[in-house]
Design a protein around this ligand. Structure first.
Ligand SMILES: [Ca+2]
Length: 481
């Protein structure tokens, strides 16, 4: 969903998503798979010990064509950092710090207290490596959720929810590298593990993959690197996920059929520090009140090959990298931009082919709108356009009642069923700009079936739950090819 929203709304989505994730942890541990034998990191001859070994002190690493994103937190304010990443949550909890890891080529790291995230996008790739330095406060408690790599077919500036929901194989998969106490077996923050979502996961709450069970020492810097490799073709189960700590392999898991289409690429990086009181309860922390939930991050490099820890010193002493910008800030790079308008209706000259409601006043800017009740409105045979990745549906909605959710139904000739798309969080007497891709509409009440991809878009119906007298206004309806 690509609503035009304020940062406040994306914050709300973040919080809502976290509420779902909170429930997830109750069920984290069933279905875990043990790590295979730990072996040294593989690296190509070209990179020897990894990309970082080619760039002493990471100097110039951002210019390597295999590098997708770099931030060493040497440049700009926290506000600037949030702007170039594309999404920052709880900005007030971030500050730049002079706490550095021993190999740091710079002067600053980023410090987060309590809760917060930076979320960004790179161009879509089949294999993503992400290296970051991290230090937990000496009095750290158990952490709820941590850093994630995500493949998202329809990326948005804010992280989507979806915890507790098995993602469709052509839409999304993700993995988090997270400290876990393993139900109190390890003191906080615990040991590293993967927390993973994909279409073939065994439980709706994702799957856990435990690597080498080595206690993470609070107050000590670590270099963590994560690799997420998509399966090479839709029918092959040859996807992988691997992580390294301080350049040593700690967990390697393979045999994944992460995706059912090559169009789904790894393209999102979520530097997440999410805390609730739940992990303390699950791990029976005897002193939850004494914990200090603070973390430092530095020297983030995302690439298509193994990176490895910072190697050596920069020639010129302390250095600054040119920090990267979110790929979403380049229109059309991750998803084709919505194309020309193939249909529009603003109801100034009557209802056109819209049925089920009636033209009414109260439209956008004093114009006319189309009012409809719970039985819905529908349009048929007003437009007919093939569904491509760029095909986008835009309109504005304003409930005049307490309804908070509208369901979009699009009849699919291909699937001989309705594809659905849900619009949630509507507010009475407030206009909401709705924008979504036709490929986001899916068969089934839970929107888990096949999507409208490669079908024809020639109809739409909007319905909601409410009393017969309830009305919602629709205005500025557009189909973009
Ligand atoms: Ca730094």
């Amino acid at each position: 969903m690509i609503d035009k929203t304020s940062s406040k709304r994306s914050e709300l989505i973040f919080v809502a998503c976290m509420v779902f994730i909170t429930q997830a942890s109750l069920y984290l541990y069933p279905g875990k798979i043990q790590a295979k034998n730990v072996i040294p990191p593989k690296a190509s001859k070209a990179t020897n010990r990894g990309l970082a070994s080619l760039y002493p002190g990471d100097e110039g690493i951002e210019r390597d064509p295999r590098v997708l994103f770099v931030d060493d937190f040497e440049t700009g304010t926290t506000e600037d950092i949030g702007a170039r990443w594309g999404s920052i949550s709880k900005k007030q909890n971030f500050k730049l710090s002079d706490c550095l890891h021993a190999g740091s080529p710079g002067n600053q790291s980023i410090h987060i207290s309590k809760n917060g995230h930076l979320f960004t996008h790179t161009r879509g790739v089949d294999t993503m490596y992400a290296r970051f330095y991290v230090k937990f406060h000496e009095k750290i408690g158990y952490i709820h959720h941590f850093v994630h790599l995500v493949a998202d077919r329809t990326p948005t500036p804010w992280p989507k929810g979806g915890a507790g929901e098995t993602p469709p194989g052509d839409a999304k998969f993700s993995t988090g590298i997270e400290p876990t106490g393993r139900w109190g077996k390890f003191p906080p923050p615990g040991v590293w593990n993967f927390y993973t979502y994909w279409h073939e996961m065994k439980t709706r709450w994702g799957s856990v993959f435990i690597g080498k069970e080595e206690q993470i020492q609070p107050g000590r810097w670590y270099c963590v690197e994560v690799m997420l490799k998509a399966n090479s073709s839709p029918d092959k189960a040859d996807g992988e996920q691997t992580f390294w700590v301080d350049g040593k392999l700690y967990g390697k898991f393979d045999g994944f059929r992460w995706r059912t289409t090559d169009k789904l690429k790894v393209n999102s990086f979520w530097l997440l520090f999410y805390n609730t009181d739940q992990p303390a309860r699950h791990n029976k922390d005897p002193h939850p009140e004494s914990r200090v939930m603070e973390v430092w991050f530095d020297d983030i490099v995302i690439a298509t090959e193994y990176i490895g820890p910072v190697y050596g010193r920069p020639k010129g002493g302390k250095k600054k990298a040119t920090p990267s910008k979110s790929a979403l800030l380049t229109p059309g790079l991750l998803l084709p931009e919505p194309g020309e308008v193939v249909f529009s209706q603003s109801f100034e000259a009557g209802p056109g082919n819209f049925k089920g409601g009636s033209v009414s006043g109260g439209g956008v800017g004093g114009s006319k709108a189309y009012a409809f009740g719970p039985n819905g409105l529908w349009v048929w045979d007003a437009y007919s356009t093939p569904v491509k990745d760029s095909t986008t549906i835009r309109f504005k909605l304003k409930p005049l009642c307490d309804a908070r959710e509208v369901t979009v139904l699009i009849w699919s000739k291909k699937h001989k069923d309705n594809c659905r798309y849900r619009i949630r969080g509507l507010r009475k007497n407030h206009w909401r700009d709705v924008e979504f891709r036709a490929i986001e509409a899916r068969v089934g009440w839970g929107m888990k079936g096949p999507s409208l991809e490669a079908d024809v878009l020639d109809n739409i119906k909007l319905i909601f739950q409410g009393k017969n007298t309830d009305r919602i206004l629709l205005d500025d309806f557009q189909i973009h090819q």
